[in-house]
Design a protein around this ligand. Structure first.
Ligand code: MIC
Ligand code: SF4
Length: 828
């Protein structure tokens, strides 16, 4: 039986009337995306015709999913919020912390030992607060969500950018930072700028070598890595209906690579088949009853230009297999052009490793089609030239493909089957020889191929393709092999051609699994102890960030002016650093170590403005912090592209960076900065990026009257004594400005909960005392008690000082409101 069926039923019961009301207000036929958004408005949100790309709207998502690498920070924050239990169904999935080395069994044993402390922490927090726990080896979050929790017409958020995968089952599923998850798990509204809508009409039908992956590789080529920013991509048309549900998932998954808020498809027979096959016929039955509400109104798909902000059309019958890369997922090359592009660009053409699987492409269908090619190796007397690896998306898929003989087939071509986890996709790949940093090529069916991402080697050219094409290229060992036209020479010297891949969409014998790896939480978790060792280098309870000091920021240094692509992988690397995701101070030692310094074109080498010496980025920032000097980070377009990891926002905040000033932001990262009380600013005139010099110092002016839609001013003091002022924009609304003033969204939330909790007592007690127990500080106090005596003494003093600040901050609204007025008066 499906999880949370009552919740789904309650939503479906209300959907028709909610949609009818929305249609009346919007006054035109509705897209699927609008139907889902409007039927998930938070109870306190007034229904109106929201401006796409303009209005901030409060939503009430149905559920939350978190993966281990981001859940640590999310749950540390949730603990600080002081709620007894999560307000909506939530799950944790252990998938990012397993290093792929020798094979599933051994790798899992190693991970369970090395990361025991973190897994124990996550399982005990889950148990305490009513969160479903998927243990290491159970599978990758998005595949497990698709198999168990996603449902048509639902809305969810997840602390991973590829949460969008659930769009394959007709959801609006959105990747967020941990602080956003805390809002929803705490029962608060979740705010999102009402997205723009991009319609993608799919005509024709896939055949031969083309697959669902090629649809999104093509879309990425058209829209680029920032083309979907702030938009939901809604797929429709006969081509969409003909795709399998998991194929739809692949397309939605990689929508993260075009910056889209999410992607989705209308409910259809493929989804019904998938629900039935994954043991959720009960959901399919319910969905069938509200079918017309789980897709757009017919007028929309008949005349998409009238209802979407942008429409893209792709004819699947003409779609070629694509290879995207290297170093960016939107550099799309159709297979017929790869020879000439590789020669032109000097890409190494020998394929060293082919890797299939990941959350993006590890469905039964993907594996079956790839296996149909692997089978031809023996049948046609071939020998596989490259290494080959598989990371199944879930234990359910792994168990079933083993039962159906596919693992055996892959074994015969020398494949290594890694654990059901992220593995090489996120740099958790102990690749032999990577440390030599040799120029080489790999092909994979994952979604991201940023420099250094898979094996830590900046000279690995990673190309993204469908699992079928990856398998063919691994067999050929040649990036320029076009299986649709080219021949291979077999062991007997004969010329042979690979037959196009084939495979069942779903297992004819049904899915099976022995131990899916799920652990349900305790009914009453109040007695459960959460395990955090104060001496740990992996976990650290959080101290609240300091609130804004109430005045403009003066004398800031330049930490780095980053050149070109600066993704979250550049800001807060993964791979070996994943280890510290629960320890803010330790992980801060990777701050921006992947970014290129504009002035010397070097990675992790910036000038310390105090000494004139070049040093590693975290060292320089710690030197500024030690002297109480703030700094700014300057960046290029689409800064913070990629992951949802809020560490990329928390690290600079923790180390004393005051503002991130860029040409443009990726959506999740911009929100993460705001949530953590950081200033995220954009150049009003992008050319002003060129005005920033290495030895400049800066003032950010206008903060005392910080308000929505009102730009701030950056005063640049050049080292020759000259000075210039430039305008910098922001997208903060009134609520988000409060986060900045309060030090973080969490501080503001904690104060609110504390005030609520103390309301009845407030009459009796003096107001100051009434607000003296923000939940955030309870955790801090507990932590102080646990540390070694000497340290503890010091810490308690520190904390006491901090408490004063927090206490002041709790009355933040008054203070924050008064401060600007005072200054404003003075100015006059
Ligand atoms: C990724 O694919 O980059 C990750 C690793 O899954 C991230 C999450 C993280 O950094 O922990 C994501 O996509 O959000
Ligand atoms: Fe894991 Fe890779 Fe998927 Fe991210 S994209 S969730 S790292 S498999």
């Amino acid at each position: 039986m499906a999880f949370d069926l009552d919740m789904i039923k309650a939503l479906y019961d209300q959907m028709p009337s909610r949609i009818a009301k929305a249609r009346k207000v919007v006054n035109k036929p509705l897209t699927l995306s609008e139907k889902i958004l409007y039927s998930h408005l938070h109870a306190d949100q007034k229904l109106e015709n929201f401006g796409r790309g303009k209005s901030y709207v409060d939503f009430a998502p149905d559920r939350v999913a978190m993966q281990d690498a981001t859940a640590q920070m999310a749950l540390l924050q949730f603990m600080s919020a002081g709620r007894p239990k999560v307000a909506v169904p939530s799950t944790v999935h252990c998938d990012h912390l397993i290093v792929a080395k020798t094979g599933a069994k051994d790798d899992l044993t190693v991970a369970n030992t090395e990361s025991k402390e973190v897994f124990d922490f996550l399982s005990s927090v889950s148990n305490k607060y009513g969160i479903g726990f998927w243990k290491p080896g159970a599978g990758i979050i998005h595949q497990v969500v698709l198999e168990n929790y996603a449902f048509p017409g639902g809305m969810m958020i997840g602390t991973d950018s590829h949460t969008v995968n659930a769009g394959g089952l007709g959801m609006v599923a959105i990747g967020v930072g941990g602080a956003d998850a805390v809002d929803v798990m705490s029962g608060m509204a979740w705010e999102l700028k009402f997205p723009k809508l991009i319609g993608v009409k799919l005509t024709g039908k896939l055949s031969g070598w083309a697959s669902a992956k090629d649809v999104i590789l093509k879309v990425a080529g058209i829209l680029t890595v920032k083309g979907g920013t702030g938009a939901i991509v809604e797929y429709f048309g006969e081509g969409a209906i003909a795709l399998s549900c998991t194929g739809k998932g692949t397309i939605c998954n990689m929508g993260a690579e075009i910056g889209a808020t999410t992607s989705t498809f209308g409910y259809d027979a493929s989804m019904e088949r998938y629900l039935n096959s994954t043991g959720r016929a009960d959901i399919a039955k319910l969905a069938n009853k509200v079918k017309e509400h789980l897709t757009a109104d017919p007028e929309v798909y008949a005349n998409p230009e009238k209802y979407f902000d942008q429409v893209v059309e792709i004819n699947l019958s003409e779609l070629e297999p694509h290879l995207n890369g290297p170093f960016t997922p939107d550099l799309a090359t159709p297979i017929s052009k790869i020879k000439e592009e590789a020669a032109k660009n000097g890409w190494p053409t020998k394929v060293e490793v082919g890797l299939i699987g990941s959350c993006t492409n590890s469905s039964y269908e993907d594996i079956a089609r790839a296996a149909s090619l692997a089978k031809q190796v023996a049948d046609k007397g071939l020998k596989t030239k490259a290494e080959f690896t598989i990371t199944p998306g879930s234990e359910k898929v792994r168990y079933t493909i083993e039962r159906d003989g596919f693992i055996g087939t892959f074994d015969k071509i020398g494949a290594k089957v890694f654990a059901n986890a992220c593995g090489p996709c996120i740099g958790m790949w102990s690749r032999v020889g990577a440390e030599k940093k040799e120029k080489n090529t790999i092909v994979h069916s994952f979604n991201r191929n940023f420099q250094s991402r898979n094996d830590g080697n900046p000279n690995t050219y990673a190309f993204v393709a469908s699992p079928e094409l990856v398998t063919a290229l691994a067999i050929a060992g040649d990036l320029t092999f076009n299986p649709t036209t080219d021949f291979l020479t077999n062991e007997r010297g004969e010329k042979v051609k690979l037959d196009p891949p084939t495979g069942d969409e779903l297992p004819t014998k049904g899915f099976d699994v022995k131990d899916p790896g799920f652990i349900a939480p305790a009914k009453d978790g109040s007695k459960v102890q959460v395990k955090v060792n104060p001496a740990s280098d992996r976990l650290q309870l959080l101290d609240p960030f300091k609130p804004w000091e109430g005045k403009d920021l003066k004398g800031l240094r330049l930490l780095i002016k980053a050149k070109g692509k600066c993704t979250t992988d550049h800001i807060s690397m993964a791979g070996k650093w994943l280890k510290y995701r629960g320890h803010l101070d330790n992980i801060s030692n990777n701050l921006l170590i992947g970014a290129t310094n504009f002035y010397n074109e070097k990675i992790n080498s910036v000038k310390n403005g105090l000494t004139g010496q070049y040093d590693e980025v975290p060292n320089v920032q710690r030197a500024y912090k030690a002297k109480g000097i703030g700094s700014i980070v300057v960046g290029d377009e689409n800064y913070g592209e990629g992951s949802s990891r809020e560490h990329a926002a928390m690290e600079p905040r923790h180390l004393g960076v005051r503002a991130i000033l860029v040409k443009s932001f990726a959506r999740i990262h911009e929100t993460n900065l705001k949530k953590q009380g950081m200033l995220g600013l954009t150049f009003a005139n992008k050319e002003d990026y060129n005005k920033i010099k290495e030895d400049d110092t800066f003032d950010i002016v206008g903060l005392t009257s910080f308000s929505p839609d009102k730009p701030l001013t950056l005063v640049i003091h050049h080292s020759d004594g000259s000075e210039e002022s430039i305008m910098v924009n922001h997208t903060y609304n009134a609520n988000q400005i409060e986060w900045f003033k309060g030090g973080s969204a969490l501080n503001v939330m904690g104060a609110k909960f504390a005030a609520e909790k103390n309301k009845p007592a407030a009459k009796k007690a003096a107001p100051k005392k009434a607000v003296k127990k923000p939940a955030a500080r309870k955790v801090v106090a507990r932590k102080a008690k646990k540390v070694a005596p000497k340290k503890a003494a010091k810490k308690v003093v520190k904390k006491a000082a901090k408490k004063k600040v927090v206490a002041k901050k709790v009355a933040k609204k008054k203070a924050a409101k008064k401060a600007p007025k005072k200054v404003a008066k003075k100015k006059k």
